[in-house]
Structures are given as structure tokens and as C-alpha cells.
Design a protein around this ligand. Sequence first.
Ligand SMILES: [Zn+2]
Length: 248
Amino acid sequence: MPEGHVLHRAAIAHTALLAGHAVTVTSPQGKFVDAPLLDGGVCDGVTAYGKHVFYNFGDRHVHVHLGLRGFFVEHAVPLPEPAGWVRMRLAVPAGAVDLLAPMKCEVFDDGQVASTVAKLGPDPLVSEDEDEAVRRLRAYRGPVGVALLDQAMWAGLGNAFRSELLYLARVLPGTPCAHLSDEQARGLWRSAQEQLMIGARLGFIATVDGVTDAKWVYKQETCRGCATPIETATIAARLVHWCPAEQS
Ligand SMILES: [Zn+2]
């Protein structure tokens, strides 16, 4: 599943392409039936919060959630004919964005945007309230491996970041949140901010060196830090990876 860095990166790129332009909004696949409501409107910009993206046209917004399989394809002109199951195409004179296989693509008013964001916890790439983020994590009832995937706790993290951030903090995924020290919780928040920012800049997760897509523990046979065989378990319905030697 695309994690928050992918959506923030898309919001920045799509704002650069679309903002200030009248946008031709179509649904080549036919499934986004509300496309004509926005067709020809001027885009004010594109915002991301957690794993949600909003294309803003005055008081109307296209709400997109990629879900497990969704993705964007950006095109320069001349535009190709829409290929495959393009749910939505947003076209301007300089190019277009195609949206394929999303979980959600729907028109929202201001209130629906606000209520969607209100259900989410702080996004490490948006929120500046570290104390609130730390308070929410330490107050969470359950293990930290569940908390980090719960979008109502913090918004934007997915499965790869979960394993990598817990390794960087040297915390086991089964640790109850109530047992986290203030320092551990603060460290997790700060590294979530730092790593999501690096990911948004690069377009991929680069927890080891900020340059390559190498991982410390996620989907590794052995720990990149100490070569101990990695252990795994299913927590919150997804497989989490950890180093039994360095995390406790
Ligand atoms: Zn290790």
C-alpha cells in the first residue's frame, strides 16, 4: 500500500501541474460519474493528509484514496489515449494526471473534507504539535505495532515504515504503548517526520542512508545492522519485521 510520502509527493507534483489552470476532468473508464461536476473548473491546488489526497476546486474537492492497488500516472503533452482502467484524468495544457484503481475517487464539499481529516491523527508531514502526537501514542491502548498503522493515531504510516521506524527506535512491535518512555515516543514521532520527508523527496523509502531504497529489517532475511536473522509476526493483519538482538 502506498504510504504517506507517496501522497505528499503526488500533491506537490500535481499542484505544480494543475494549480491556476482550468482542468479538463474526465472519467475514461466511466466509473467516476461526478467528473462533469468539476470539468472546466480552475484548480486551486492539491493537498495531502495522511493517505488522502484532495484536488481543490473552490468549495468542491476530489477526494482520492489509493487503497492497496491504486496509483497515478503523469503524462506530458502530447497526451496518450487513456490506457487501461483510468478512473479519472485531470488534463491541462502542459500535461495530465491519470488515476488508476483507487479505493476512493469522489466529489466532496468542504464539510466532507473537514470530517475526513478530523477522523485522522496528526500527519507527521503536516502537524507541528509534537506534544499532542506523543500524548496520543503513549495513551494508545494496545501494542505500538498496532498503533503505528492506526490512521486515527497518526496518519500516513504504512507497513514498511512501521517496521523500519521501530527498528530505528530499537523498540519491539509488541511493546504496549503505555510502556513507551516519553523519549521513545518522541523519537518515533521525530523519525516518522524525518523519514516521511526523505521519502516524499525521493519517492521511495530510504531509511538506511537517505539515498537508496535499502531497509534495515523490513522484508530482510537478516538485520542490516547486526546480521541477526530477522523475526516476523502478524500484528494488525500485516507482517511486521524486527531484529531480536537490537530491539527490546
Ligand atoms: Zn540487528
